[in-house]
Design a protein around this ligand. Structure first.
Ligand SMILES: *Cc1c(COP(=O)(O)O)cnc(C)c1O
Length: 412
């Protein structure tokens, strides 16, 4: 047994302590749990969501429009709040379209990307005036046929599979063979076809990757995206009313991660925008972000049910787990498992007193929320806080696994 703890990630800015206890808005974590009446609980901070958007707007050129990719967090109160803060929303399924409609959000502000859109999803989106980011020639033909049957002019954009990727991103979505988008060299022909068929042409969508913390890599990729859009527009001899440049802004999850320098990204974009080619001069220019907007504003609270020792290792067994926090368990697209930021909610600034692993209640060794973390001494009944829980927590975890069911969620 090694005596060294494994580091945990950095607690995001904006979380403070009151008498040592984690404070979210006006109350401590324990008070919010008491009010909700159950654990586990996802808490999302409205103040932090608003602050993040305000800082981002301040750093980006005024011309840039910002979309929210709702798959990061589609909890209705969060969705409704985000709709008031951003310029548009990106969805990836008919189910997400229904969430947007239930929330009363204007569907003309929505665009829909994602491979494998069923006919029923295309129909619902076209009828609602959603912009479709077409993923293939086949999908374009189906969309046009459905629109004709409905007697509606469809709003169509083409998602491009670019021939470059976002370097250093956690998830690469471009470069080489991909199930996403249309290969760049076939886009001009398809664009002309879609326009000739009478669609309302909504330009291009070029998404290259996710979770990048390196500003220089983002700047380079955004430059490549603008160049590619210009090339396609000139080759196809078409107008470019809109360009969705993708996103990829990452957040620090792990020890040693440095926050993305958005000021640098914004300055580089402003320079590019000041010297746009004629083909893009009139374009509405968008980025689309999920985790960057909501990830750090959320915390997951789970209660310690048991405290046990096995072969000298201490385990804090909680009532939560990977069924709500798949990513924190290291099972959502990570190669090497590392610890998210975690803390004992009632002892936020207490010094560590022991090394303990925080595990979930599922009967699988995968269910680990923190591996050998240095923590203050914890007791049964204490709350563990897992940070960076605002994105891809509740929306991306198998909550039905082992009959556990979803966690409570609260926007405060
Ligand atoms: C998932 C996704 C996003 C959001 O990614 P984040 O890493 O959460 O910012 C944006 N656009 C597309 C096309 C996506 O698939």
């Amino acid at each position: 047994m090694s005596d060294k703890p494994k580091p945990t990630g950095p607690i995001p800015a904006g979380f403070e302590a009151r008498d040592g206890a984690l404070l979210i808005g006006t109350r401590t974590a324990d008070e919010w749990v008491e009010q909700t009446g159950r654990t586990p609980l996802f808490l999302y901070s409205q103040a932090l969501l608003e602050r993040r958007m305000a800082e981002l707007r301040a750093a980006m050129p005024e011309r840039l429009r910002i979309n929210y990719a709702i798959k990061a967090n589609s909890f209705e109160p969060v969705l409704k709040l985000m709709a008031t803060l951003v310029d548009g929303l990106d969805i990836a399924s008919g189910g997400e379209l229904a969430l947007v409609q239930q929330a009363g959000i204007d569907t003309a502000r929505v665009s829909f990307a994602g491979p494998g859109k069923r006919d029923s999803e295309l129909e619902a989106a076209i009828a609602a005036g959603v912009t479709l980011n077409l993923e293939s020639e086949g999908e374009a033909a189906r969309a046009l046929a459905i629109a004709e049957r409905l007697g509606v002019t469809p709003r169509l954009a083409i998602r491009v599979n670019p021939d470059f990727e976002l370097k250093g991103s956690g998830m690469k979505m471009g470069g080489g063979a991909k199930p996403f988008g249309v290969d760049a060299e076939r886009v001009p022909a398809l664009a002309r076809e879609v326009i000739a068929a009478g669609a309302e042409w909504r330009g291009l969508h070029i998404f290259t990757g996710s979770q990048a913390l390196d500003a220089e890599a983002l700047v380079e990729t955004q430059g490549n995206v603008l160049d590619l859009a210009d090339r396609i527009a000139r080759e196809a001899e078409i107008a470019m009313p809109k360009l969705n440049m993708g996103g990829g802004f990452g957040i620090p999850y792990f020890h040693g991660d440095q926050p993305l320098d958005i000021v640098r990204v914004g300055e580089a974009l402003a320079e590019r925008f000041a010297a746009l080619p004629a083909s893009l001069a009139e374009a509405e220019l968008y980025i689309e972000l999920g985790r960057y907007l909501v990830g750090e504003a959320g915390v997951y609270l789970t209660r310690i049910v048991d405290r046990k020792v096995s072969h000298g290792e201490t385990y804090l067994v909680t009532d939560g787990g990977l069924h709500h926090q798949l990513a924190a368990s290291g099972n959502f697209g990570t190669v090497v498992r590392r610890n998210y930021p975690v803390a004992l909610a009632a002892q936020l600034d207490a010094p560590p007193a022991e090394i303990a692993s925080v595990v979930g209640c599922l009967c699988t060794p995968l269910d680990r929320l923190a591996d050998r973390a240095a923590l203050p001494r914890a007791q049964v009944g204490d709350l563990v806080a897992v940070f960076c829980a605002g994105a891809y927590g509740a929306s991306a975890s198998p909550s039905a696994f082992l009959g556990q069911g979803p966690a409570a969620e609260l926007l405060v």
